[in-house]
Design a protein around this ligand. Structure first.
Ligand code: ATP
Length: 235
């Protein structure tokens, strides 16, 4: 699909229950769409709401109002109101997400964590493990770590496992929340090349990158989140 994601008039506020229910509006009137084969970047200062937008698109945060329309197996689904079952199916097949931090599962090896999304999509174990090894090797994770659970890995090692897990599938939409934040220059280059390959393959990417070099290298356009600041849209 040429436009696999269309976001319309999303709004998000948080209610602080420990502070007498004070309502903290974060973003309003968030509207944009993503085209296949482009990488758009969410820009704006710390606290502007970039991560909150990604989390709404992935169904991690409930939205107050608005729509997140995704084409999922030929049908248009609104992530904002989708059933839990649809959200899980969309995450399995349509929207991938590389979070800032790896969720470590006790006793599960790095290789298995990376292979899991392919196995969930019904691919064979041999193929999934081969691709897992290829990606971990490409991301320069030492082979001696592959069979270990990543709980004791360094921040950058864990992040590379997380990136490999997010990139192993071919989801048509890929959300990236600071995937390069704790990587060294060599591995940042690898991730930039992997993003370029996803674009080439027609994936629509939306990311947050604090590193300006990375942003300039991967971004086809910047979506300025300050345009969605509540005071601004209320004016
Ligand atoms: N779960 C939450 N509960 C309450 N407030 C939250 C929650 N998540 C985010 N916020 C608030 O929403 C605002 C936007 O946060 P968000 O993390 O989306 O910003 P950001 O632009 O991604 O920031 P940064 O660049 O620092 O990561 C902040 O004021 C933050 O405190």
């Amino acid at each position: 699909m040429a436009t696999p994601l269309v976001v319309s008039e999303l709004a998000k506020s948080f209610t602080m229950h420990l502070r007498d229910g004070v309502r903290l509006p974060v973003v309003e009137q968030v509207s944009f769409s993503l085209k296949a084969g482009e990488c758009a970047v969410l820009g704006g200062p710390s606290g502007a709401g970039k991560s909150s937008i990604l989390k709404m698109l992935y169904g991690n945060y409930a939205v107050d109002t608005g729509q997140v329309i995704v084409e999922h197996h030929g049908r248009l689904v609104d992530m904002a109101t989708a059933s839990p079952r649809d959200v899980l199916a969309i995450r399995r097949d349509t929207i991938g997400y590389v979070s800032q931090f790896l969720r470590v599962v006790p006793r599960v090896s790095a290789l298995d964590i990376v292979a899991e999304p392919l196995l969930a999509r019904g691919r064979g174990r041999d193929e999934a493990m081969r691709r897992s090894r290829d990606l971990l090797g490409r991301l320069n994770l030492p082979a001696k770590l592959w069979d270990l659970p990543p709980a004791t890995f360094s921040g950058g090692e864990q992040q590379r496992v997380n990136i490999a897990r997010g990139f192993i599938t071919s989801h048509p939409i890929l959300l990236l929340d600071e995937p390069t934040a704790s990587l060294d220059a060599k591995n940042r280059e690898v991730v930039m090349a992997m993003i370029a390959e996803k674009k080439q393959a027609g994936v629509a990417l939306l990311g947050i990158f604090h590193d300006q070099d990375v942003r300039e290298a991967v971004a086809d356009r910047v979506i300025d989140v300050t345009d969605f600041a509540p005071a601004r849209t209320a004016a």
